[in-house]
Design a protein around this ligand. Structure first.
Ligand SMILES: [Zn+2]
Length: 365
């Protein structure tokens, strides 16, 4: 198992202390994968992410908290929500954290640092504390207090950084360079995406060995989008699907560099001016994997929509009235779905799924 630079193709061993290539390119991961045997899985009693451990890098028995295996819940006659906040730390990031922290334990790592808008850090902190890995967490100073309370409860040291999400990213990089600790990044480390890809495997089983016609994915740094694209490409390569579903990537209009670049058909992320959004989980003005996210979007023939603050807040109300109280980053997905079927009416009566990524109580101030 190796990391491979997506720019110059240089390989690095999995225990490297580099989080990116010396050329500046970011890593992918390459390892020998088996094909999922969905028929054999019919007899499996394991419903967590570990259900797919044959096709994942590694899951440690002490690290897993039985994350994954989340339900799909009816929202409208055509739309389902996948309850990914039904997980130990109340967000979908547990799918990625279990894989990343399992490998960190295997590599003997004792200290790490992570930057996040909240959910990824909470998740990594929770999994690290189970196996005695010390964790320093860097969050933007405007991160919800409840998320910080949750992170601190897991024994992590929290550093609140003034300024933008990008300033937080810079602060953690300075810290790891100075203190020589492992960078447990959900953005740079491709092990994380190997976990989030299980979202699609589960959908494939839940939709009776098909996929919904529309898959809506929120996009900030692309943790879920990259995982979704890996799984869709695998399922196609393995002959389980003949074509990709319509992927709809959602950004907040206040912070929509991917949407902007996609509209211009650009292959490079164009930096534009942004402002704060209530959807804090997708507030990434300069996602480090920006060019890669665009490449993924084009390769899946995905569509990108951007949604207003009012639409996001209305979305939360709609979902709450359906019995589900989710955080605003999750309700952005409903707003994105609604906008997509309004703009592209031919998709109105097609089966669709939105991820309910994080619990609502996390972002109540
Ligand atoms: Zn390189």
């Amino acid at each position: 198992m190796n990391y491979i630079c997506r720019v110059c193709k240089k390989t690095y061993p999995i225990d490297t202390d580099q989080y990116k290539c010396e050329c500046g390119g970011l890593f992918h991961i390459e390892y020998e994968k088996r094909i999922i045997d969905f028929e054999a899985l019919l007899f499996s009693k394991e419903h967590s992410v570990s259900r797919y451990q044959e096709v994942l890098p590694f899951i440690d028995k002490e690290v897993t908290m039985k994350e994954g295996g989340t339900p799909i819940i009816s929202l409208t006659p055509y739309l389902m929500g996948k309850g990914d906040y039904f997980m130990p730390t109340l967000s979908f990031k547990d799918r990625g954290a279990v894989v990343l922290v399992s490998m960190m334990k295997k590599l003997g790592i004792k200290k790490c640092a992570i930057d996040s808008s909240g959910n990824a850090a909470t998740s990594v902190a929770a999994y690290c504390t189970r196996v005695g890995i010390e964790c320093d967490v860097f969050v933007p100073s405007h991160t919800s207090d409840k998320k910080i309370t949750q992170i601190e409860a897991h024994g992590a040291t929290v550093h609140r950084i003034e300024g933008s999400r990008e300033d937080t990213g810079k602060a953690v990089k300075d810290f790891i360079a100075l203190n020589k600790v492992y960078y447990a990044s959900h953005i740079y480390n491709p092990l994380f995406f190997e976990g989030t890809k299980t979202y699609v495997y589960e959908l494939f089983e839940q939709y009776n060995y098909k996929l919904p016609e529309i898959i809506v994915v929120p996009v900030g740094n692309g943790t879920l989008l990259i995982g979704v694209s890996i799984a869709l490409k695998e399922l196609k390569e393995w002959g389980y699907i003949t074509h990709y579903p319509q992927v709809v990537a959602v950004q907040s209009s206040n912070c929509a560099p991917i949407y902007h670049s996609w509209r211009k058909k650009s292959s490079h992320l164009e930096i534009i001016s942004t402002s704060n959004t209530v959807a804090e989980g997708i507030a990434s003005a300069e996602p480090p994997r920006g060019d890669e996210l665009l490449e993924v979007i084009y390769s899946l023939n995905a569509t990108v929509v951007s949604v207003s603050e009012d639409d996001i807040i209305e979305g939360q109300d709609f979902l709450a009235k359906r019995g589900l109280f989710v955080e605003l980053t999750s309700s952005a997905n409903y707003a994105g779905y609604k906008k997509f079927i309004e703009e592209y009416k031919e998709w109105e009566n097609k089966s669709a799924v939105i991820p309910l990524c994080g619990a609502g109580l996390k972002s109540v101030h």
